[in-house]
Design a binder for this molecule. Sequence first.
Ligand SMILES: NC(=O)c1ccc[n+]([C@@H]2O[C@H](COP(=O)([O-])OP(=O)(O)OC[C@H]3O[C@@H](n4cnc5c(N)ncnc54)[C@H](OP(=O)(O)O)[C@@H]3O)[C@@H](O)[C@H]2O)c1
Length: 327
Amino acid sequence: MSANTVTAARIHQHGGPEVIALEQIALPDPGPGEARVRNTAIALNFYDIYERTGLYPIDLPATLGCESAGVVEAVGPQAGDIRVGDRVAVLSGPGNYAEAMIAPVASLVPLPDGIDEKTAAAAMTKAMTVEFLLERCFKVRRGQTILFHAAAGGVGLLACQWARALGVTTIGTVSTREKASLAAEAGCDLPVVTGEEDFVAVVERETKGKGVPVVYDSIGKDTFEGSLKCLARRGTMVSFGQSSGEPEPFRPRLLARHGSIYITRPGMGDYTTTRQELLSSAGRVFAMLESGKLSVTIGQSFALADIAEAHRALEGRATTGSTIILP
Ligand SMILES: NC(=O)c1ccc[n+]([C@@H]2O[C@H](COP(=O)([O-])OP(=O)(O)OC[C@H]3O[C@@H](n4cnc5c(N)ncnc54)[C@H](OP(=O)(O)O)[C@@H]3O)[C@@H](O)[C@H]2O)c1
């Protein structure tokens, strides 16, 4: 077998976790603007599930995955500042569920000495998402109260810490008391266990009927309607995911009925459009990690061979914090 043959977790059709299979694939040499990265830790993101199910279309067959961290072992021409031996985060896919991969150098972020690869795989995309959500998409201000759904998830635990660091009060939804404790430890001021309390009523009570200036909603179908009801007049609904499925279509005039609210559906790609923007967002995350204001919780890790089990756990709401896959 050639040195460039690697084990990868691939799909040939969309479907449930059972469509993922381990296969041997041959990697080409890196072309212009590309590098070959030996992955030492792979991220599990909900995005991977959308690609597996076909909600986000990809060309098939495909190696799944959208994020990893590892060491550059070869570069093609025009590799810019990226050198063999660099430790990097790979912030592009698909293709990351593999022992090694070819990646565009534009998507590689060199890791500072203090950030190990497991931390990078667990934190980078999720914390960069929090960075653009809280600091750019809807810029929160000290003293505000926000509603953040799935507060004990990968993105959620990082969001609670970041919001606390900015002096913001967070009401966060979770499905269990154990998750409520984790969210509270991360800085969530008021975790709401959704099976026990109605988050709309909690927001109404806590804000004395005024509502919150922003809701960050990644759950989608199950929470969308309720989230709109939580907004203050001229508040902003940031719908940034659909872990429970896509919300029903709705008419623009409903925005007026809810108090002339705004709605946005941001994707990280539109907040990291240039190399400079990507490095700036990653740099903010490194600074937050190095200052100790942010720490990543790796709630569970799986071997690459058990990737289907990892997908079942994430979809089944059985994970907490971030999940990493070890090749
Ligand atoms: N727009 C962007 O650029 C961007 C970037 C990164 C992530 N995201 C989105 O952010 C969300 C969080 O991503 P993540 O990778 O950190 O995942 P995660 O939050 O660790 O996992 C999803 C969580 O959503 C909650 N949930 C509620 N209803 C669910 C359902 N029916 N099925 C599954 N989960 C449900 C669960 O928490 P409870 O059990 O506590 O309810 C679950 O743990 C995802 O929707 C993802 O697509 C968006």
